[in-house]
Structures are given as C-alpha cells and as structure tokens.
Design a protein around this ligand. Structure first.
Ligand code: BGC
Length: 255
C-alpha cells in the first residue's frame, strides 16, 4: 500500500471524481478527510466507502471558496486525524454561458471554488506542513481546459489555466518545505458536473468522436493518477501535469 500511515484531505469528495479519489487513497492505506460543501449524505457515503476500503477518516463541511473556511477545514482535519500529508484540491464547478452573457456572480462563483479555494486551501496546508516536520504532496484536479480552449466556459477555462500556473509556481516555492505540487488534468469524465451534456445523445456522440480512446473517462481513471502523484513513487515529480483524457487534448487528424 502506497499511502500507509498518511493522511489526505480531498475537497469536493462527496461525489464524482473526488469520491473516487477518497476511496482510492483509502485503498492505499491513507486516512481521508472527506470535504464537501455541506455535511450531506453523499459525503457520509464517501466516508462509508473509505471505511469499506479498509481506511478511516472524517467528514468536514465547508465552502472552500472562503479563505477562512479553508483554514478551518485544514485545522479540523488536523485536529481530527492528527496531521495532513496530502491535499487534493478537487472541488470544482463550471457554469455554461456565452462570454457576452457571463455574470459577475457566475464568474466569482467559478473562480471562487476552482482558483481561490485551491489557492487558500494549499496555503493553509503548507502552513501546517511548515509547522510540523515538513514533507507532503498537493495534487490539483484541473482539466484538459488548463490548456485547451472551452468555448462558452470562459470562467472555467480561465480558472483551470490559473491553477496550472499556481501549481508550477508552488512547485518551486514549496519545494524547500518538501512539498511536491502537481496537477491531474481529466478530460471528459462521467460525473455530475457534465450530466447535462452527457444526457444529450447527439452531444455525447460528438464528444466521443473527439476522444481517440473512444470512451469517457471513469472517476477511477483519475483517482489512479492522483494516488500515484500523492505517493512516494512520485518522489521526484513536481511542477507537472498528468493528463488523463483518452488522448482528447492533442487529438488532431486530417480527413
Ligand atoms: C469539464 C467537462 C467537459 C470536459 C471535456 C471538463 O473539465 O468539466 O464539462 O466535458 O472537461 O471538455
């Protein structure tokens, strides 16, 4: 088991990719703080799956777009589980709108969770690591859209591009604390975030035609990559993005 004795905090792990990550890390021996916006049944279900996987942990509720909440979430995880070794900044939202119609409220909501949340959760985590014996790993769940334009999702693409540079910056700045920082960039994964698209057959078929491996990603595909980057097997990996996208990002062919 690659994370025996480690403690991980996974934001947005009440469902979707975050839930799969929490369970995967537990299977590797980690104890997991299951963070979600509210202390809901889904988060409790994730914790139950973490326990079934042989791990243990707790549920922590909080809207991570607020920096005080980030500090409180990290403090609660440390108080309950003793320490933190791994932070997975997974929580993310998207709002579809033509650029001309994007509201300030939607922009703030998307940047608040996707960027400000990752930023200040990482700051709180890094302060904790500084105050103990050093060493740790941060994995951000970004997106192919940290590189790839995403028309009608300008705020989302901007937030993911920002998380790419945040990751690169912190890989350097936090290296003296022994903290590695990397991104996992999923492509099209079947989760609640894209339920509307996936329920439309014509749009789904068009999407699949764009994916060289011709299938959607599974949350577990992403969780496997996170487990690797969180573990000692990735001890020399920092400042990089691992794409888990079935080839979507660099897909190009003529005729
Ligand atoms: C988005 C999905 C989208 C996928 C592929 C993800 O980051 O959240 O809505 O389907 O990228 O474009």
């Amino acid at each position: 088991m690659r994370l025996q004795g480690k403690v991980a905090l996974v934001t947005g792990s009440g469902r979707g990719i975050g839930q799969a990550i929490a369970v995967r890390l537990a299977r590797e021996g980690a104890r997991v703080a299951v963070e979600d916006r509210s202390d809901n049944a889904a988060a409790e279900e994730t914790l139950a799956e973490v326990r079934d996987a042989g791990g243990d942990g707790c549920v922590i509720a909080g809207d991570i777009s607020t920096p005080e909440v980030d500090r409180d979430v990290v403090a609660q995880a440390v108080a309950t589980l003793g320490r933190l070794d791994v932070l997975v900044n997974n929580a993310g939202i998207e709002k579809r709108a033509d650029f001309l119609d994007v509201t300030e409220g939607d922009f703030d909501a998307v940047l608040g969770v996707n960027l400000r949340g990752a930023f200040f959760a990482t700051q709180a985590f890094a302060r904790h690591v500084r105050d103990r014996d050093g060493g740790g790993a941060v994995v951000n769940v970004s997106s192919v859209h940290e590189e790839l334009p995403f028309p009608h999702f300008a705020s989302y693409a901007a937030s993911k591009g920002a998380v790419k540079m945040l990751m690169r910056n912190l890989a350097i700045e936090l290296a003296p604390l022994g903290i590695r920082v990397n991104n996992v960039a999923p492509g099209a994964v079947k989760t609640p975030i894209n339920a509307a698209l996936l329920s439309n057959k014509a749009e789904l078929d068009a999407l699949l035609a764009n994916i060289p491996l011709r299938r959607l990603g599974r949350p577990e595909d992403v969780a496997n990559a996170v487990a690797f980057l969180a573990s000692e097997e990735a001890a020399y990996v920092t400042g990089t993005t691992l794409f888990v996208d079935g080839g979507l990002l660099w897909n190009y062919s003529e005729q």
